[in-house]
Design a protein around this ligand. Structure first.
Ligand SMILES: *[C@@H]1O[C@H](CO)[C@@H](O)[C@H](O)[C@H]1NC(C)=O
Ligand SMILES: *[C@@H]1O[C@H](CO)[C@@H](O)[C@H](O)[C@H]1NC(C)=O
Ligand SMILES: *[C@@H]1O[C@H](CO)[C@@H](O)[C@H](O)[C@H]1NC(C)=O
Length: 239
């Protein structure tokens, strides 16, 4: 009898418990559709999708994921091995710039052939670090579908501190046919060529809900702590 009562109370307590994670944002998706100056937009099959998400695997450090789906133009690939690659901006590339406090920003560049770069900057084109690596970067090119897909893990300590704003870009094509695209285009008409370090067009982004030490692990831990506390509480009531 006592056991049934105890279980009953326990169930009620469990139901009354505010369920965590229900309204948590686990991804933010943005489509790059515009030319760098906002004068033209691309057809649907040339849209580039950039998704920020709470990753399940976090390489033992806190961070978030970036996932890219982009058309594959099959431009000449960088000649170096996959991994960190300076000058990636001269190739087929998708870029994400994230700005924090004190004009500090991180420049992340991703290529379809497994190349990336992570630059830290402080003020316009004032680079303070060029040698950071990513914990995880993987890409798949599908030549039949003419698309590529990339997945990157960004550690929290690679982000500038403070409230964040950002922009995302894509470049492809060779020579005079090079095409520069922007999520938030630069509408200032005094610019006659693209400059991705112009920070004015950046828009706010809240990454806090996506930064995780391992989404599945932390949810499991939360539930376990909740369970134990409720059990102790129930025991105390009936003791
Ligand atoms: C992004 O573009 C794709 C088409 O490529 C579309 O299906 C999707 O709804 C768009 N997402 C957003 C957030 O605009
Ligand atoms: C460039 O970065 C350095 C830190 O490495 C900083 O001391 C300096 O003020 C920055 N310069 C500008 C023009 O922002
Ligand atoms: C590429 O896409 C096609 C069509 O969707 C699919 O059948 C094929 O398995 C894909 N190839 C790779 C390497 O993912």
């Amino acid at each position: 009898m006592k056991l049934i009562l105890l279980l009953g109370i326990f169930m009620v307590l469990l139901l009354a418990c505010p369920s965590q994670g229900q309204n948590e944002v686990t991804e933010l998706i943005f489509n790059i559709t515009s030319s760098w100056n906002g004068r033209s937009t691309v057809p649907e099959n040339e849209i580039i999708e950039v998704r920020f998400y709470a990753p399940e695997h976090t390489f033992g450090v806190r961070g978030f994921g970036i996932d890219i789906k982009a058309p594959f133009y099959d431009d000449p690939a960088p000649s170096g091995n996959p991994g960190r690659f300076d000058g990636l901006w001269d190739y087929e590339v998708v870029e994400v710039f994230i700005l924090g406090n004190d004009d500090k920003y991180v420049e992340l560049e991703f290529g379809p052939h497994g190349h990336y770069l992570v630059y830290q900057l402080e003020g316009y084109r004032n680079t303070t670090s060029t040698t950071q690596e990513l914990h995880g970067y993987s890409t798949v090119i599908n030549k039949t579908e003419k698309v590529w897909h990339a997945r990157a893990f960004i550690a929290e300590d690679q982000l500038p501190e403070g409230d964040h704003s950002f922009n995302a870009y894509a470049i492809h094509g060779v020579g005079k046919d090079r095409v520069y695209m922007a999520l938030y285009p630069n509408l200032d008409e005094s610019y006659t060529s693209p400059d991705f370090h112009v920070l004015e067009p950046f828009e706010p982004i809240d990454l806090t809900g996506l930064i995780t030490s391992g989404a599945l692990d932390s949810v499991a831990t939360n539930h376990w702590v909740q369970f134990s506390l409720l059990f102790l509480l129930a025991c105390k009531i009936f003791a």
